[in-house]
Design a protein around this ligand. Structure first.
Ligand code: SF4
Length: 657
């Protein structure tokens, strides 16, 4: 029998009580297993409001921290999402490198505190964890968000923690997870974390990340009144399991399965994220633009309606004004490569003028909203990080609003703007970027301060429910223009009013009916297949991504990790389990939770979302489906959706409505 146990600290912030519980395999291997188990077997969170204190937030690490394995220090956050209304998983890079010092594997937050609360966790050498609570009044919190040492929001709160609790942070080499103002007023609040540089008594720029998708920060605040977790300590997991430090054993596994030493395997599997000699760039931002070229989503996904020629012109604009300044500065001038907070040979965090540049947030607040200027986008990403928002979601919201103004469904004053954006790609000039960026900044601020009726609606209900309300509020415009609000934005519906927006890839896999979306738990290659084939490949990827996240492994390391993970569990931890089977069982449990929560995938609602499917079929010249879509559009779109969904349900042996 394995001695492995997943050590969990369950904290009730209502009465400030806590207990340690140990969960054992095969029930619980990692944080997602724990989150799914607790939400289903213990708290039955689907029965309550999404902001009920029963919506426990599980913040956990994987079992491979603290040894020789690289990229194994992600923090995983599991909660019921106020967007999708079902369970959601989001991840935060590198933070477990410090969290492991607490001696626990996961923190579970239940109950609701009266005042905004900070939880301090401190582990000793033997893995005993101490816990302390501190509170702020809401006024004190808002004052800090307003400005502390020249910074706002999440950065201000983190700086405040560094000053006020410097001794604790230094002694325990701790890291903080915080929520920002957006968690208080919207459903899109993220959990934000930037590492400390205790020697300089400052923030470690570049080592910042958000568990942003799905609104985990909003749940942390609205359901529990928790604003920060500050965790660290002296415990080292290899003390109780020396095999984590056994490089000979790890090399043996790697050589046997991959045919290379472990470090060779890691280095070759992470080229794209470090520096790819072939294309002379690296990191997600550096690689995606030259790789995907004109398939990159721009102008609120309206590029699906453009000719290849027009798309290539936009691509050239991206390369000159957006990508090249990044590449010249990062790879030629400064060589500013950092890690997310754990030692990692990939060093994927490419820092441009002090700001970490990743593809998704920069595309969302750049080309997606008609901004083709890296400095302007950087300003917007900073703003979104400060406010503790999800940059991907915000990119969809802004481009939706811009498109609605362009199409006459909204007037600028409806969203507290004084002029229209430039959102017609056929007439666009790069110099319009500044105007669009200024308007975008106003919308971002307006969302969090709920400055107009429309922005309040979106902030509180999300895109899908807001679209339905806006159709009623502006029914005359909808009738005259012949287009509904949901026709101008891409989202995946769940249940009656749940949804999530996709990551920025032009592929059916990002919007196909699966149970957790808005992340990479799918086949997201820009391709088109028969729905059953696509479903099988997407489900396979969902299961593999589950395994990687559940092990707390950074998905940029998946190319080596997926190959040896089964052996790492058995030879390092003594857990002999069929991993694929295990992940599939838990993925199925998430689907069953969705049934209970009335949050199963629903057929696509808006024309742009459907057009995304038919356009990629045309783009790839898939003749049979092109003909089907052109002769009977709605019927064929529904057929593709339904066949995909039925295949997924059949593979999981669940009854889907
Ligand atoms: S690849 Fe990047 S995000 Fe992943 S562990 Fe390495 S530095 Fe961190």
């Amino acid at each position: 029998m394995s001695k492995y146990a997943y050590k969990t600290l369950i904290v009730n912030v209502s009465d400030k009580t806590y207990e340690i519980r140990k969960f054992e395999p095969p029930d619980v291997l990692g944080p997602i297993d724990l989150g799914v188990k607790l939400h289903i077997d213990v708290y039955e969170s689907w029965k309550y409001d999404v902001f009920s204190d029963k919506n426990v937030v599980v913040i956990g690490k994987g079992p491979f921290t603290g040894g020789k394995l690289i990229g194994t220090h992600r923090m995983i956050i599991v909660f019921r999402s106020p967007l999708t209304k079902t369970l959601h998983v989001s991840a935060l890079g590198g933070a477990a490198y410090k969290f492991m010092g607490t001696g626990i594997d996961a923190l579970v937050i239940e109950g609701k505190s009266k005042n905004p609360t900070m939880i301090f966790l401190e582990g000793d050498e033997n893995g005993n964890v101490g816990i302390r609570f501190e509170e702020l009044s809401i006024k004190e919190l808002l004052d800090i968000y307003e400005g502390y040492k020249g910074r706002r929001g999440t950065y201000a709160l983190t700086l405040y923690l560094l000053d006020k609790y410097f001794f604790f942070i230094k002694k325990n080499n701790a890291r903080a997870f915080v929520v920002g103002p957006a968690a208080l007023s919207t459903i899109f609040g993220s959990v934000f974390s930037i590492d400390f540089d205790v020697n300089k008594r400052s923030l470690a720029l570049g080592a910042e990340d958000s568990a942003a998708r799905g609104g985990g920060g909003s749940v942390l605040f609205k359901a529990h009144n928790v604003i920060a977790v500050i965790a660290g300590g002296k415990f080292r997991p290899a003390k109780t399991n020396p095999k984590l430090n056994d490089l000979n054993l790890i090399n043996k596994i790697s050589r046997r399965i991959i045919g290379k030493t472990y470090v060779e395997a890691v280095v070759s599997a992470t080229v794209k994220y470090r520096f790819d000699e072939k294309i002379k760039t690296g990191g997600t931002f550096g690689v995606n633009y030259p790789h995907y070229k004109d398939l990159i989503p721009v102008f609120g996904f309206n590029m699906i309606y453009l000719s290849k020629y027009m798309r290539m012109r936009i691509h050239e604009m991206i390369i000159s004004h957006f990508w090249k300044p990044f590449n010249d500065e990062v790879f030629i001038k400064t060589k500013s490569w950092y890690t997310c907070g754990e030692p990692c040979v990939a060093a994927c965090k490419k820092v441009w003028k002090g700001k970490k540049v990743d593809y998704e947030p920069f595309n969302g607040l750049g080309p997606m909203i008609g901004v083709f200027d890296l400095a302007l986008t950087r300003r917007l990403v900073d703003l979104v990080d400060e406010l503790g928002l999800d940059a991907i979601e915000v990119g969809h919201i802004i481009s939706w609003i811009f498109d609605a103004i362009e199409r006459g469904l909204l007037k600028p004053e409806d969203v507290d703007l004084d002029s229209k954006p430039y959102f017609n790609p056929l007439e666009f000039r790069q110099q319009y970027s500044k105007h669009n960026a200024d308007l975008a900044a106003k919308i971002i601020e307006g969302l969090v301060s709920k400055k107009s009726t429309v922005l309040r609606l979106i902030a509180e209900k999300g895109i899908r429910a807001a679209a339905k309300e806006l159709n009623k509020m502006y029914s005359d415009r909808v009738r005259v223009r012949g287009v509904r609000f949901e026709d101008l934005v891409v989202y995946i519906p769940f249940g009656d009013d749940g949804y999530v927006t996709p990551n920025y890839y032009w592929t059916p896999g990002m919007i196909a009916p699966l149970f957790i979306l808005g992340r990479y738990w799918t086949n997201y290659t820009p391709t088109f297949m028969e729905p059953e084939d696509f479903a099988a490949s997407s489900l396979l990827r969902a299961i593999k991504e589950y395994e990687i996240d559940n092990a707390g492994i950074c998905r940029f390391h998946r190319r080596w990790a997926e190959k040896i993970l089964q052996s790492l569990y058995s030879e390092l931890l003594g857990i002999n389990i069929d991993l694929d089977n295990h992940a599939k069982t838990y993925y199925k449990r998430i689907a069953e939770y969705s049934v209970k929560a009335n949050a199963l995938p629903r057929p696509w609602e808006g024309s742009k979302t459907m057009d995304l499917i038919s356009s990629i079929a045309s783009e790839l010249s898939v003749k049979e489906w092109m003909e089907k879509f052109s002769s009977e559009f709605s019927k064929s779109i529904n057929e593709w959706w339904r066949r995909f969904y039925m295949k997924v349900c059949m593979e999981l042996s669940i009854k889907c409505k």
